[in-house]
Design a protein around this ligand. Structure first.
Ligand SMILES: Nc1nc2c(c(=O)[nH]1)N[C@H]1C(S)=C(S)[C@@H](COP(=O)(O)OP(=O)(O)OC[C@H]3O[C@@H](n4cnc5c(=O)[nH]c(N)nc54)[C@H](O)[C@@H]3O)O[C@H]1N2
Ligand SMILES: Nc1nc2c(c(=O)[nH]1)N[C@H]1C(S)=C(S)[C@@H](COP(=O)(O)OP(=O)(O)OC[C@H]3O[C@@H](n4cnc5c(=O)[nH]c(N)nc54)[C@H](O)[C@@H]3O)O[C@H]1N2
Ligand code: SF4
Ligand SMILES: [Mo]
Length: 728
């Protein structure tokens, strides 16, 4: 099996949106016009952090200054190629809006007025407040919000302090429902990076997942590879995404009706005996009850609910059956949509089970990782109270902490007060639903300390701002990735930080020392720590520094190759019918719950990604800003005409709660249903220090005030927000 992707087809998919906008990929722009190397060029292997995919990279320094960054050919994740964001990553280091030194709030919270202080004073203040909170409420009253590998040492410090309250938006605001739906079915989740064997899929079904705009590098490369090999593509999306534009079938499904579509697909597979009967008999549990439960979920039933013709539902189900088990129904990633999302994800898992794709080539492979023993630290103290995010296990299937649960505890004091927040590399005001609730919670705190690289909206509310150096200026924890083949990756500094920024490990360690937790930091320098971990795992530290990557022995990927067919469910089999769900009062086989209907005259707000930006974190990056300075509002062309709007006209969105967005240009297009509008997340920054991005485009986070909570796992769905448009 060759994994080489023709460079042309990767760019064809990754750069489609760039090309549509009349722009070249930054990859091409960055090198253009650069003089030939004048002086000494050094290269340093590391891994990217413009998103958390962690692609291996080789950074070049010319005459002491950062010059360019490219993919590390040794890295199995990126196979020598970064995505447009990764290529523009050096802009993060050059960003003139960067935080330069520690800051202490001067006046009111949220006033964005600061006094520059020393690191000793800044961390002294944080430690003093943490101790005061601990004395009054216990160590559990300090919570950590973090995202990405850089949070490792902050987590370590907080656990040593005695808090169990550590959370990331990547669960309850992102992949949580998907992971829970798959765990309930297969006993394991699709993972990150996903264990999807896209490269070998002969039929790929994307439900929302907008690969190509969603730029998770490996997946987009494999997608290009599958398409080049003639893969049949089926895309369900109310909007004709970049991927949908390449599909054999684009199903412009009514927003929020996907569970009905998936149930009908399964009904066809079962009724027409097209499913993998041998696989289901060998690995399945409760199939007869499942088949009975979906018997009436016919394409005729789903047609009016989804807006998709029953014949098309039948035809696409048969196409999936034709290529099984190499038919991959992608599990998606951002799966908090309409509030019953773990059940929708479970339906997607069951569809894959009928196709026999879990554990099979072209479906879901078995990932493996390098063994890396933990650093020998003393045991952490046992917290005196359970986690605050999910009192009474209200959401019984949440296997990670719920960020918004910690926010609720902060707001209500229930189950106990949370009085301190440490925030590392997450912009809570853009990432959590309902900004006003987050600000109210912040106002209840005795301490908000934010560690970021730029003065984000959340940093704007902080008492203490801790400026971190960018990923190009620091080490991080080692990455023993769980992937298609095992490998170990190192992030190491390419250039020194330009000002008084420090790496996360240093900040977390200094804080721990000030808290009297030195026992948990027996090492004083990160290289000492990393070298020790390599020694414990039997890896050559010098080689890792030189190459950035050490690869391990590939393991069997598929059941046929000897990958273990084990399912960590209560029955030890694939659960078509789930007793665990029934026991907790939930539907043992997914049922369709319709989304809230559009109030008359309004549009449902959909949102997603653009290839050249990550979340709310890259809009100030000078290189990425240049290729996409603001977002636009996709509006159906017929609706636009009806409203007297044309592409380029500027509008504001007013939502059902009266919240008005900043202005953004209309993109009038046939490529979206008339009942919804679409914008890219992460724009419309309101933090004054983000000078380049300030008030450019509109923020989806501002207008997504309503959310539904998934009863199974506490995820927050933003799909039931509606707007009218006001011309500017
Ligand atoms: N460039 C870039 N890439 C990224 C990221 C980034 O910030 N920038 N972020 C990464 C992260 S963390 C994540 S979670 C992923 C997110 O990427 P995905 O998991 O692919 O995102 P989704 O939110 O599932 O999908 C958004 C798509 O769903 C469609 N959609 C909206 N409502 C519905 C519906 O009811 N039914 C269906 N079928 N479709 C619907 C939208 O039109 C849009 O095309 O992207 C990852 N990749
Ligand atoms: N409205 C809305 N909400 C969403 C989403 C959406 O599409 N729309 N998507 C959801 C999804 S799928 C996810 S995964 C989450 C993502 O949520 P977050 O991970 O919170 O994403 P960002 O908003 O990009 O926040 C990242 C923050 O980290 C900072 N940062 C960047 N690099 C570094 C660094 O090296 N060190 C430090 N210390 N800080 C750094 C950035 O400046 C930024 O402030 O959001 C979720 N919430
Ligand atoms: S997918 Fe892109 S931004 Fe994310 S780590 Fe890889 S190269 Fe960097
Ligand atoms: Mo995400």
């Amino acid at each position: 099996m060759s994994l080489a992707v023709p460079r042309r087809s990767f760019l064809k998919i990754s750069a489609a949106a760039l090309a549509a906008a009349g722009l070249g990929a930054p990859q091409a722009r960055l090198g253009a016009g650069e003089p030939a190397a004048a002086g000494a060029v050094q290269t340093v292997p590391t891994f990217c952090d413009i998103c958390f995919w962690k692609c291996g990279a080789i950074a070049s320094v010319r005459d002491g200054a950062l010059w360019k960054i490219e993919g590390n050919p040794l890295d199995p994740l990126c196979r020598g190629r970064l995505c447009p964001r990764g290529t523009g990553g050096i802009g993060a280091s050059r960003d003139p809006d960067r935080l330069t030194r520690p800051l202490l709030r001067a006046r009111v919270r949220g006033g964005e007025e600061w006094n520059a202080v020393s690191w000793d004073d800044a961390l002294g203040h944080v430690a003093e407040k943490m101790q005061a909170i601990k004395a009054k409420h216990g160590p559990e009253a300090v919570a950590l919000f973090s995202h990405g590998i850089g949070g490792t040492f902050f987590k370590h410090t907080l656990k040593a302090f005695g808090s169990p309250n550590l959370a990331a938006p990547s669960f309850a605001q992102c992949r949580g429902p998907r992971d829970v739906g798959f765990r309930l079915t297969f006993g394991d989740d699709p993972g990150s990076p996903e264990r999807t064997d896209i490269a070998n899929a002969r039929c790929l079904v994307l439900i929302g997942s907008h690969l190509g705009e969603n730029m998770h590098n490996t997946q987009v490369q494999e997608f290009a590879q599958a398409m080049a090999a003639g893969c049949t593509l089926i895309v369900a999306d109310p909007r004709q995404s970049t991927a949908a534009a390449k599909a054999k079938w684009w199903l412009p499904v009514r927003p929020g009706s996907d569970t009905a579509l998936v149930l009908a697909w399964m009904q066809v597979l079962v009724a027409e005996q097209l499913y993998d009967t041998a696989y289901v008999a060998k690995y399945g549990h409760g199939f007869a009850q499942f088949a009975a439960a979906i018997a009436d979920k016919t394409p005729e039933w789903a047609g009016p609910l989804t807006g998709i013709q029953p014949e098309v539902i039948r035809e696409t189900a048969r196409a999936m059956a034709r290529f099984r088990p190499a038919t991959l129904v992608h599990p998606g990633r951002h799966s908090n949509w309409y509030g019953s999302d773990a059940q929708r994800s479970r339906a997607i898992a069951l569809l894959n089970a009928l196709l026999g794709s879990w554990g099979r080539q072209g479906g879901f492979y078995q990932p493996s990782a390098m063994e890396l023993p933990a650093y020998p630290y003393p045991a952490y103290p046992k917290p005196g109270k359970p986690k605050a995010d999910n009192p009474g296990k209200r959401h019984p299937f949440a296997h990670e902490s719920i960020t918004t649960g910690i926010r609720s505890a902060t707001l209500t004091g229930n189950p106990y007060p949370v009085k301190g927040w440490l925030v590392y590399a997450t912009n809570l005001l853009h990432a959590l639903p309902n900004e006003a609730e987050t600000i109210q919670a912040i106002q209840q705190l005795d301490l908000l300390a934010v560690c970021d690289v730029i003065p984000s909206e959340t940093a704007g509310w902080a008492d203490v701002v801790l400026p971190e150096c960018t990923y190009l200026e620091r080490h991080d924890e080692l990455n023993p990735e769980l992937f298609r083949e095992p490998f170990l990756a190192l992030r190491q500094p390419v250039v020194p930080p330009p000002d008084d920024q420090k790496p996360n490990w240093w900040i977390a360690r200094e804080l721990a020392l000030k808290l009297g937790l030195g026992a948990w930091y027996p090492w004083s320098d990160i290289e000492q720590y990393l070298a020790k971990r390599c020694e414990l795992g039997g890896y050559d530290w010098e080689r890792l520094k030189r190459d950035g990557i050490i690869r391990g022995q590939p393991q069997p990927l598929y059941f046929e190759q000897g990958a273990p067919a084990e399912f960590a469910t209560p029955s030890g089999r694939i659960e078509f019918w789930s007793q665990q769900l029934a026991d907790k009062g939930f539907a043992p086989v997914p049922e369709y719950e319709p989304p809230q209907p559009n109030p008359p005259g309004s549009y449902r707000v959909l949102f997603g990604r653009a290839p050249m930006h990550s979340f709310s974190r890259t809009q100030t990056n000078p290189l990425l800003h240049e290729v996409m300075p603001e977002n636009a509002l996709w509006l159906n062309a017929v609706e636009a005409r009806r409203l007297g709007l044309k592409s380029g006209d500027r509008v504001r969105l007013r939502n059902q709660d009266g919240v008005l967005s900043d202005a953004l240009p209309v993109k009038a297009t046939e490529r979206i249903r008339p009942d919804c509008v679409y914008l890219v997340h992460g724009f419309g920054h309101t933090a004054k220090g983000l000078k380049r991005a300030y008030r450019k485009g509109a923020s989806d986070a501002q207008i997504l005030t309503r959310y539904q909570t998934d009863p199974l796992m506490g995820g927050t769905a933003l799909g039931n927000n509606f707007v009218t448009l006001e011309a500017v």
